[in-house]
Design a protein around this ligand. Sequence first.
Ligand code: DQA
Length: 138
Amino acid sequence: MKIIIINGPNLNLLGKREPDIYGKVTFESYFKMLQEKFPEIKLEYFQSNIEGEIIDKLHDVSIDYDGIILNAAAYTHTSIGIGDAIKAIQAPVIEVHISNVYSREKFRHQSYIAPNASGIIAGFGLQSYELALLSIIK
Ligand code: DQA
């Protein structure tokens, strides 16, 4: 089984960025832990701060993957392009957020990902990614 995690803008700064909201762990170390915990899954990770690169990645992995775990970060709330890309591809997409976006500012309540996602997981810290992974495996 092949699953990819795609992270959007500023998530390369996890561990340093607003640690009270996003925690003190880097995504690289969390990802390593996930790989060790699920050795039977071919798990990949891609991060970009650039909207078009995220869209290109979604196109690239479209057919080949059993699931895409997408934290589009701020682009969740703004990107019609990423929303359209999800509509255009075959692999199921799980929308993930580290924080509970619905308990935060109103602009974070809007998602261009959600209408075409298979499901949404938000608010469980980095564990949101593992919950998304389990939802694909099961
Ligand atoms: C986020 C929530 C977004 O609103 C924010 O722009 C992010 C991270 C999260 O994982 O909680 O960058 O997607």
